[in-house]
Ligand binder design. Sequence first.
Ligand code: AMP
Length: 621
Amino acid sequence: MHFEILAGYFEKIEAASSRLEMTALLAELFEKIPAKEIDKAIYLCQGRLAPLFEALEIGMGEKFVMEAIARTSGFERKEVEKKFKEVGDLGLVAQEFASKKRQKALFKEDLTLEKVFANLKKIATASGIGSQDLKIKLLAELLNSAKPLEAKFITRVPIGNLRLGVGDPTIMDAFAKILAFEFAKENKKETEKIEKELKEKNPEKRKEELERKTRQKIREKIEEKYNIHSDLGSIAQLLKEHGLKGMEKIEITPGIPIRPTLAERLASAEEIIKKLGKCAVESKYDGFRLGVHKKNGQVWIFSRHSENMTEMFPDIVEAVKKQIKAKEAIFEGEALAFNEEAEEFYPFQVTIQRKRKYEVKEKTEEFPLRLFCFDLLFLNGKSLMNLAFKERRKKLEEIIEKGKVVELTKSIITDSPKELERFFEKSISSGLEGIIAKDLEAKYIAGARKFAWIKLKRSYKGELQDSIDCAILGYFEGKGQRAEFGLGALLVGVFNPKKDQFETIAKIGTGMSEERMKELEKMLSKIKQKKKPVMVSSNLEPDYWVMPEFVIEVRADEITKSPIHTCNWNGSEGLALRFPRLISMRRDKKAEECTHSSEVKRMFENQKKQSTESFGKEGNA
Ligand code: AMP
């Protein structure tokens, strides 16, 4: 396919003003792309050249990109640099210089998606002596033939700046739109059932509703596979080749990450026991959640959002090879830095130092990790996801050999709130975060938050029991003294995965030191934009928007109803944080992994319940 077509769609997608419009554009685009190229288009839509779990660094310095633009346009580097200072976006700079080229290219070709992708991939994999020059050449080769719009999007890839704002759920929805007709034809019974229900309930909007429900069904079927195989590129290929039937071919595979199950929260030991009855209660360790895969001699380590971290943790790789007695296994655990001398855990701020690409060896020696394992999903060619938790845990126990690095999480089985409480206190006093209670009979539910796991953390007086992880959505320049930092307050929000949108929950101006404000300004001004990203729902208009990318931990006094913020918006009001304070940056989380709107809603309901309970107690006293 000609790259020009893709660039044309990228331009329209970038300008789209709603998610619906974006989904429709993507569906149109995906229909046009042949099956063998669809994976490449999907990765580019995600601003990447491979699925997230392939550790492929695109990185090319801005000055080398400018060199390539200068070489192909016949302008001086200085002129390119000047333009970049003016507009702040190398994509736009490349577009402009491509439209006013001074020199005619000797050899020009029509760019195909295949050619563009191949060169960009070579740029990403070039390393060693002379690689910078090679990268410039490869990019220049593309820019030489590129039309202005093509130049804009090509250039954004190697500098990691191709953000179309297309989330994975939107890509899945686009396929659902494409496949709706086929689904209705092949699943007559199911469609008739939906139609019958609708006829009774909502006769006017029947056609629209039928289509919406059908798409929802298809999205669920795709997502179910995506949850055990987080590579939308290869999923798209199967969908193009075989339709929804293609999903049957997808199985758990060591080396391809599984999306993790998530924990719900409740406010007390009593509530947990009421909900789960007899359950397993484990210490909650505050480190990195790792998905560890082993096949024969090879080990892969993935973060909770499917990022490949194998190179970062050589100590864990070695230990897994030694201590896991299975040919093939996929299991999960939490890794923490452990102070051998003091025999205690380091705080999260220390553990996080192990998330690095450089000086890995030094830091491994300085802060060795321990891995506390809590679940087993795959063993010697078989998925264990449908087994009850207690069975999975038993098998997990069987495959871990005693050693210094890999061990099981501390755990008890109980149906007594008192005993749960005692275990909780013990965990807290040994420097851990709290507990996670687990339903003994539950299957492993990839990628979802169900009551199979329930967390209980330490409570803080006068504060919300738990902090909230918020995505930064924009910022205000600030008045008076704050104006000098260029940043006075942040607009932050939480994620609603059903709607694939971020919803605002607070404007944070307090709790930020001068340094923090400077640091935030430096970070955010690089990605600031005037247009509201499509996936953000907001009634407020900050001075600058940013694509949701950075996550911060926020504490607040309580959750209140708000006529402004759009978190769980019901048409006239949403939920907001009262007295929000920034606590820390959560660099280990990506935007979609911040707190979800549904969690905030539940926290709000819990809070209401608790305040009526304590009011009741006071009233009785
Ligand atoms: P939270 O991030 O607060 O929603 O809590 C859930 C996280 O706790 C999981 O994603 C794990 O990273 C972490 N965790 C720590 N200890 C455990 C454990 N014993 N079982 C499951 N998850 C745990």
